[in-house]
Design a protein around this ligand. Structure first.
Ligand SMILES: Cc1cc2nc3c(=O)[nH]c(=O)nc-3n(C[C@H](O)[C@H](O)[C@H](O)COP(=O)(O)OP(=O)(O)OC[C@H]3O[C@@H](n4cnc5c(N)ncnc54)[C@H](O)[C@@H]3O)c2cc1C
Length: 399
C-alpha cells in the first residue's frame, strides 16, 4: 500500500512556499512524517498572481490538487505581447480550443494566496505533517541521519532533508556552497486591485505584456474576474542591494515615461511602498547528496520571463515523489535519479527566461526584427515553439 512507503521516516523541509508545502503534502501521502519549517511568521505568499502553463497544471493534477484549485483559477484567452508605444500586438498566442487540443491541459492564472491556501490546507489536514513558522534553517550536517541547524540554536534530526528555501537557500549553501545569487538586475512593482478599481476600457481577459526598451508591464484578471493583477518590471540602472526594497512613485513611473497612456493609468493604480529585486543563478547540478535534496528556486532560480518558476517547482515535486516511490528503500539513489532527471530541463528554462527578457525589452532595429519574426508565425507554429515546455508529462524523465 502507498501509505507504507514512508514507514513514518522523518522528513525535514526547510521553506514553506509553494514547493515546500507541495512536497510536504505529497510525501506525507506516502506515509512519511513531515516537518515543514518556515522562517516567516506565517505561511504566506506575496499579493500577486501566478501563471500556470499546462505542464504546471499537469503537475498539480498529478498531486491531486487541481480540483481544489480550479474554482480559483482564471483562464485567459491569449498571451499577448504588445508594443508599448503603438499599442499594436507584436504576437498573440491563442489559448483557446487549438491550444487545448495541442496541449490537452489549459493555461491558467491564479492568485498566489489561493494556491498557497490550497497547499496549506492539504498539509493541515494530514496528521503526519507538523508545521512550524518563525523558524529559520541555517544549514545541515550529515551523520547516521541528517541534522538541520536552526537560527534559534536548535538541531533537528531527520531521515531526509529537503531544501525548499528559495533563491537564497541556506540548504543549498551547505550542499553546493556556490555563494550568493547574481546581483539583482531587475526591479518589480506588483499588486492586485479589485476589478472595480479598473476603468472598463483598460480591462482585458488576456495575459498582456506591454513591452518597451528596458521595461515591460504585464496584467491579467484573477479569480473569477473580480481581481486584476499588475506587474511592472524594469532593468535596474545601478548596482542594487537586495535589501533595498523601499519603492517610490518616481522610481516606478520613470522607466515608463514614454509608454502609452493606458499603461501609465494602470501603473498609477499600483502601490509603491514596496518593490522586489529579481535575479537568478547560473544552473548547477548536484542538488542531491545522500538523503538531502533541493527543489524549486533553491535548486534552479529563474527570472520570471517564462512564467515557470512555480511550475518547475511543482514538476520537481512530482518527479521527486515518483523517484521515491520507485526506490523507497534507497533514498540516496532516488534523490540522485530525481536531480539528474531535472537538471537539463530546468537549466533550459533558466536560460530561456534570460533570453526572453532580452527579447521583450528591446528597442530600435531589434524591436523591428522581433515584430517581423513573430508577425509571420501561425498559431500552430507558436504552439509548436512552446511544446518542449508545455507538453511534458510530470512523471517523465526530463532530459
Ligand atoms: C515577479 C515574479 C513573477 C513570477 N511569475 C511567475 C509565474 O507567473 N509563474 C510561475 O510559475 N512562477 C512565477 N514566478 C516564480 C515563482 O514565484 C517562484 O519560482 C516560486 O515561488 C518558487 O517557489 P519555492 O517554493 O521554490 O520558493 P519560494 O516561493 O521562494 O519559497 C521559499 C520559502 O522558504 C522560506 N525560507 C527561505 N529561507 C528560509 C530558511 N533559511 N529557513 C526557513 N524558511 C526559509 C521563505 O520565507 C519562503 O516561504 C515569478 C517570480 C517573480 C519574482
Amino acid at each position: 500500500m502507498e501509505r507504507n512507503i514512508g514507514r513514518h521516516r522523518k522528513v525535514l523541509i526547510a521553506g514553506g512556499g509553494i514547493g515546500g508545502l507541495a512536497v510536504g503534502g505529497a510525501l506525507a501521502e506516502l506515509g512519511f512524517r513531515v516537518t515543514i519549517l518556515e522562517q516567516a511568521d506565517d505561511f504566506r505568499e506575496v499579493g500577486a498572481g501566478i501563471q500556470i502553463a499546462p505542464n504546471g497544471i499537469r503537475a498539480l493534477a498529478a498531486l491531486g490538487l487541481m480540483g481544489r484549485i480550479r474554482p480559483f483559477a482564471w483562464s485567459p484567452t491569449a498571451l499577448v505581447m504588445r508594443d508599448a508605444f503603438t499599442a499594436t500586438d507584436i504576437v498573440r498566442i491563442p489559448l483557446g480550443d487549438g491550444f487545448l487540443k495541442r496541449f490537452d491541459d489549459p493555461y491558467m492564472v491564479i492568485h498566489r494566496a489561493d494556491l498557497l491556501a490550497v497547499l496549506l490546507d492539504a498539509c493541515k489536514k494530514n496528521p503526519l505533517i507538523q508545521l512550524e513558522t518563525g523558524t529559520r534553517a541555517i544549514g545541515f550536517s550529515e551523520g547516521t541521519d541528517v541534522t538541520l541547524h536552526l537560527a534559534d540554536g536548535r538541531e533537528l534530526h531527520g531521515d531526509i532533508l529537503i531544501g525548499a528555501d528559495g533563491l537564497r537557500s541556506a540548504i543549498r549553501q551547505s550542499l553546493i556552497n556556490d555563494g550568493a545569487p547574481l546581483p539583482p538586475r531587475y526591479i518589480v512593482y506588483r499588486g492586485v486591485i479589485p476589478r472595480t478599481a479598473l476603468p472598463d476600457e483598460l480591462w482585458s481577459p488576456d495575459v498582456i505584456m506591454w513591452t518597451g526598451p528596458d521595461a515591460d508591464f504585464v496584467h491579467y484578471p484573477l479569480r473569477t474576474g473580480e481581481l486584476f493583477n499588475l506587474v511592472a518590471t524594469f532593468k535596474a540602472g545601478k548596482e542594487l542591494n537586495p535589501e533595498d526594497i523601499a519603492g517610490t512613485r518616481d522610481d516606478l513611473m520613470t522607466p515608463y515615461a514614454n509608454f502609452r497612456p493606458e499603461v501609465q493609468r494602470m501603473l498609477a493604480l499600483l502601490t509603491t511602498e514596496r518593490r522586489w529585486m529579481v535575479t537568478d543563478r547560473d544552473p548547477v547540478s548536484g542538488w542531491a547528496r545522500g538523503s538531502v535534496a533541493l527543489i524549486g528556486d533553491a535548486a534552479h532560480p529563474m527570472l520570471q520571463y517564462m512564467a515557470q518558476g512555480a511550475s518547475q517547482a511543482l514538476e520537481d515535486v512530482v518527479r521527486l515523489v515518483s523517484a521515491v516511490r520507485a526506490e523507497p528503500d534507497d533514498i540516496p539513489s532516488a534523490f540522485a535519479a530525481y536531480a539528474a532527471s531535472r537538471y537539463y530541463r530546468t537549466a533550459r528554462v533558466q536560460f530561456s527566461a534570460r533570453q526572453m527578457i532580452e527579447l521583450c525589452q528591446v528597442s530600435g532595429l531589434m524591436a523591428g526584427l522581433r515584430a517581423r519574426y513573430f508577425g509571420n508565425r501561425t498559431e500552430q507554429q507558436l504552439h509548436d515553439g512552446l511544446a518542449w515546455l508545455y507538453s511534458t508529462r510530470p512523471h517523465e524523465t526530463f532530459q
